[in-house]
Unconditional design. Structure first.
Length: 151
């Protein structure tokens, strides 16, 4: 019985992976398996939490070194598409200036993934919005810091 169960589980896993590759493409599928950039940054320079219309929430943390994003991390309680989009949003911000991070959009995330099914595209919009809110948090802190230095 154990051998039959193991064979069943192995076949089921194979089928799930094939379906996921079909839905997310090779690049999105590999990112789902690797889950790069997932985690928390202690004392981030920029941080935001956004809840999407679908009920998923995403959190993005940014750490700057000078004028560039040195590190980016994300957390989500959402589906595989939210994980993939959060991961790519974080990756697309690393090494960029604030002006360059502003250019990271849902469309650029989807393009970097290689496409998303229409019903999953809202996850890219959630990731992009959260990234922009984290950047906004960073910019507000910079303005406050600069005002404090002038006093």
């Amino acid at each position: 019985m154990s051998k039959e169960f193991d064979e069943f589980a192995e076949e089921l896993q194979k089928q799930i992976f094939e379906e996921a590759k079909e839905v997310y493409g090779e690049k999105g599928f590999n990112r789902w398996l690797e889950m790069r950039y997932m985690g928390i940054i202690e004392e981030p320079d920029g941080h935001a939490v956004v809840r999407g219309e679908c009920g998923d929430s995403m959190e993005i943390f940014l750490k700057f070194d000078g004028e560039r994003v040195k590190e980016a991390r994300f957390m989500t309680d959402g589906c595989a598409s939210s994980v993939i989009c959060g991961s790519f949003a974080a990756e697309l911000s690393i090494g960029k200036t604030p002006d360059e991070v502003i250019e990271v959009t849902a469309e650029s995330i989807i393009e970097e993934i290689g496409g998303l099914p229409e019903e999953e595209r809202h996850c890219a919009f959630l990731a992009a919005e959260t990234l922009q809110e984290a950047l906004n948090d960073y910019m507000i802190k910079q303005v406050k810091r600069d005002k404090g230095n002038k006093a």
